[in-house]
Design a protein around this ligand. Structure first.
Ligand code: BDP
Length: 606
């Protein structure tokens, strides 16, 4: 899906702010036509924002089902004759949208943008009542999957198999925008270069056939560097500025749909960067230069706003990444906001872009995450319905992010069960689909500790190996000597069996900020540093390791559990972004590491 942009032919009205709010306690609100009038009660909610931490009411926080959001919207007078589109950055996890008394559409899945053409329902210069029923329920037809349990006392409980809190709400901006009847519906840009000449291949789709012209503009200088006509083709950029990790470097592809007299009907601008990504033996190459990933798996997670996007928090997180010497991150465990991805494109932050496929693992979760155990790939757990949604999530993620230079790997799942023979049939079509949607980027998935190289059945289908390993934390807890030996042995096994680049996408230890000990005691800041040092040593000694992304950038909220004290505490930073001792250690390592020089952002000079 294309981003919403402003141009000479497109305008945007942002609908963020305070909305009316009601909890649909019995989940009968749609049948009862709650949307047909002003919502009952006088509660209000912030958009964007998660609902859960806003109200001083535990029943609201724990509600399983619908929240109703509502506001009145004025349509700009000047939009007469234009198509009028209502666009949501995301609604977690599902939404039903009403304009006045009429349902205009539904969306399934919590982390993707969606939009509806509401031209026929509204009048420029007039107002309408916009109501959204947001649903926080997860079941086996969802990615991520979950299950709603009915307790003997009648309460409903949402169970899920992932380790982050099930925040819900309108997490990203809601926009009303205008576009012409004949408009650009898709743009696909792929790039390459020879010597100092960049090659840009473009393809434009439009709602009705007609003449198309494109121009390539250097975003830095504003200069037009190439022009061409047609819905597809390749143009060259002389003296090209490559998109470079740690630096950025963007161009705009300006697409003009023209009428027969050459007048502009629709203007759409898509940014892109000229760069290549390739795997060569153990090496991960960006612009034919070996790239070593430093950084984190992160979460969209902050106090009060939960999983909502906020520009201020985004800038702070990105600045801390730069300060600590991180050149990359993984959007664990779902696609992040378009604003965040745009920022990464602009600033040269390298991204492993992940689908929301987390928790596809009943075996592991049996013990740790309260699934009750059992076979993963069976009816009602991860089945054909789950797979169909998983495919849709892949299609939508690639459609949204395919033009982003920052994205260098598609991660199609986090820690699925890959020990079951059925995992092969589940994953093969997904890998094929991802390659079909985007033949230009390596495809990977993130492997769980319980599926080492001699057990995992699906690694051979992928281009890179991504491992989450907790030696010294979940296994051999507190014993760093044994951990070092076992971890090194395992990496040797992966290296010899697959001869592919390995990125360690998680390694970490829960740490309570301020807790210290002269002994290597788990949960202390001292242990976290000792643990990281041990891991660093193991990485440095393995030639196939091309990256380390520590778990996690910051402490984050989870559901309750005996191993979680007010959330997951594996952050290098606390939830309010104060550095633990680990942050200082990582900074020292990453800012001086020779292997990670390409792509390092010079924090001071920027
Ligand atoms: C891994 C998961 C991650 C968890 C982490 C942990 O990928 O979501 O938060 O472990 O336990 O299994 O801290």
């Amino acid at each position: 899906m294309l981003p919403a942009i402003e141009s000479a032919t497109r305008e945007i009205r942002c609908l963020d702010g305070m909305w009316r709010f009601a909890v649909d306690w019995d989940n009968t609100g749609i049948d009862d036509r709650l949307y047909a009038d002003s919502l009952p009660g006088n509660r209000e909610v912030a958009v964007p924002g998660s609902v859960n931490d806003l109200f001083a009411d535990e029943d609201i926080r724990n509600h399983v089902g619908h929240w109703f959001y509502q506001r009145d919207v004025r349509v700009p007078r000047g939009w007469d004759g234009e198509r009028i589109i209502l666009r949501f950055g995301s609604a977690t996890h599902h939404a039903v949208v009403f304009v006045d008394d009429v349902e205009v559409g539904r969306n399934k899945g919590g982390y993707m943008p969606f939009e509806f053409d509401i031209t026929d329902r509204v009048a420029p210069g007039g107002t309408f009542r916009l109501t959204v029923a947001v649903d926080n329920r997860l079941d086996n037809t969802c990615i991520p999957p979950g299950e709603v349990r009915e307790l003997p006392d009648g309460r409903r409980q949402q169970n899920y198999l992932h380790d982050f809190y099930n925040y819900s709400g309108l997490h990203r901006s809601v926009l009303l925008y205008s576009r012409p009847a004949r408009h650009v519906t898709d743009v696909t840009i792929t790039t390459d270069y020879t010597g100092t000449t960049g090659h840009v291949t473009w393809e434009v789709a439009q709602s009705e056939e007609g003449p198309v012209r494109i121009a390539v503009v250097d975003k830095q200088t504003g200069e037009v560097v190439a022009r061409a006509g047609g819905t597809r083709g390749t143009v060259d950029i002389e003296d090209v500025t490559l998109w470079t990790p740690g630096v950025g470097g963007l161009y705009d592809l300006v697409v003009a749909l023209l009428d027969d007299a050459d007048g502009p009907v629709d203007i759409f601008t898509q940014h892109f960067g000229v760069r290549t990504v390739r795997v060569d033996g153990y090496r991960f190459l960006i612009n034919d230069t070996p790239f070593y990933f430093t950084g984190f798996g992160m979460h969209e997670d902050h106090e009060t706003i939960g999983k909502a996007h906020s520009n201020a928090h985004m800038v702070q997180d990105a600045e801390l990444l730069s300060w600590i010497g991180a050149n990359s991150m993984r959007t664990s465990h779902y696609p992040y906001s378009e604003e965040f991805m745009d920022y990464c494109d602009r600033h040269g932050i390298v991204v492993i872009d992940e689908t929301p496929a987390v928790g596809l693992n009943w075996m592991m979760a049996g013990g740790i995450l309260d699934s009750g155990g059992g076979e993963t790939y069976e009816e009602g757990h991860v089945d054909d319905d789950t797979q169909a949604t998983h495919k849709e999530e892949i299609r939508r993620l690639v459609a949204r992010d395919k033009n982003r230079p920052s994205v260098v790997i598609w991660s199609i799942a986090n820690e699925p069960d890959t020990t079951s023979p059925k995992s092969v049939d589940y994953f093969r079509p997904l890998v094929e689909l991802t390659r079909e949607c985007d033949p230009t980027r390596p495809v990977g998935f993130v492997n769980v500790m319980f599926a080492p190289y001699d057990v995992c059945r699906i690694t051979g289908m992928f281009d890179v190996i991504m491992l989450n390993r907790y030696y010294g934390w979940y296994v051999d807890s507190g014993d760093l000597e044994t951990s070092e030996r076992k971890f090194a042995e395992e990496l040797k096994g992966w290296t010899e069996k697959y001869r592919l680049p390995i990125i360690i996408t998680e390694y970490g230890a829960d740490t309570v900020a301020g807790l210290h000990s002269i002994y290597d005691q788990p949960f202390t800041e001292d242990y976290q540093v000792a643990y990281l040092k041990m891991n660093s040593k193991v990485f440095d000694e393995c030639e196939a390791v091309v990256g380390e992304q520590m778990w996690n950038f910051a402490d984050f909220q989870t559901k309750y559990g005996f191993a979680r004290v007010d959330g997951n505490k594996k952050g290098a930073f606390t939830r309010d972004r104060r550095p633990k001792a680990a942050a200082r250690y990582l900074r020292e390592r990453w800012t001086s590491m020779e292997a990670a020089r390409y792509g390092r952002r010079d924090h001071r000079a920027r």
